[in-house]
Design a protein around this ligand. Structure first.
Ligand code: DGL
Length: 288
């Protein structure tokens, strides 16, 4: 098989990265994607860097060895902040794209120069986030809010069908950030600094009001991935485009999330991975 036909690996702590996968599929419909949902080890955002780095290294090794990926998309802000530099150093031959909160586009777009940022505690307390924040301090004021429990609530709502905890947490964190609106002194731009939060965007939009713009990073990540594949001459130009979903957790939850948010159905070109075949944690041993 030529490298053009090889899959692109995409991973997240859970189902949040499906929001990035959606953008990748729209931009690169002929590509083959392998999506790894590490929900057995989620949430990453409250686990600390060492744990997230260890998981990210193990997953990258698994995706290379088992699926022969030609590129990797880290569809998780927390894992990007903690591990992207290490992964790039350990895999210099593998194009790697990370996601980070879109502070720069938000600062450029904001008319009131007040931007809200929501993310996991791991993301918003990371050195990489701090450096990004500092580099933009003269362009906008950022209200930064760690949202403990929100990614987990979004994941659980898939299985239960009950969004009430997600809605309550969104309301709590949004009200803690200050006034939203387009008048001077109000926050007119909200950055979703966690890929899970895209799936709570409707609830967030109701809370901040219709005039506030909400920014996420799926599309820029897809464009960057396309660019790196073009540079490496490994774009798949013949297809067929397809997706394999792999989980370390519960396959039914991942299937339900893909059905609910990506409109997938059993019978689509998706290989559902049974629990026994999912990359179990002991197969995901860290790279030496
Ligand atoms: N989806 C992830 C992110 O973008 C993390 C969620 C979590 O596991 O805490 O940061």
């Amino acid at each position: 098989m030529s490298l053009r036909q090889a899959p692109i690996g995409v991973f997240d702590s859970g189902i949040g990265g499906l929001s990035v996968l959606q953008a990748l599929q729209a931009a690169l419909p002929l590509e083959h994607f392998v999506y790894l949902d590490d929900s057995l080890h989620a949430p990453y955002g409250e686990r600390g860097d060492a744990f997230v780095v260890q998981r990210s290294r193990a997953i990258t090794t698994y995706l290379r060895q088992t699926h022969g990926i030609k590129a990797l998309v880290i569809a998780c802000n927390t894992a990007t902040m903690a591990a992207v530099a290490r992964l790039r150093a350990e895999h210099p031959d593998l194009p790697i794209v990370g996601v980070e909160p879109g502070l720069k586009p938000a600062a450029a777009a904001s008319q009131t120069h007040r931007v809200g940022v929501i993310g996991t505690r791991g993301t918003v307390t990371s050195a990489k986030f701090e450096a990004l924040h500092r580099s933009l301090h003269d362009q906008a004021t950022f209200a930064v809010q760690p949202c403990d429990g929100l990614a987990d609530a979004i994941s659980r709502s898939v299985a239960s069908g009950d969004d009430s905890k997600t809605i309550a947490l969104c309301a709590h964190y949004i009200s803690a950030m200050g006034r939203f609106g387009i008048n001077p002194g109000e926050i007119d731009t909200l950055v979703l600094g966690c890929t899970h939060y895209v799936f709570a965007q409707d609830h967030l939009a109701k809370l901040v009001g219709p005039q506030v713009q909400i920014l996420s990073t799926g599309e820029p990540v897809a464009r960057r991935t396309q660019h790196l594949l073009e540079q490496a001459a490994t774009l798949n130009t013949t297809g067929p485009g397809r997706v394999e979903l792999v989980t370390t957790g519960d396959p039914a939850t991942l299937q339900a999330a893909a059905r609910r948010w990506l409109g997938f159905a059993t019978g689509d070109a998706v290989q559902w991975v049974e629990r026994g075949q999912c990359a179990p944690p002991d197969h995901l041993s860290p790279a030496p």
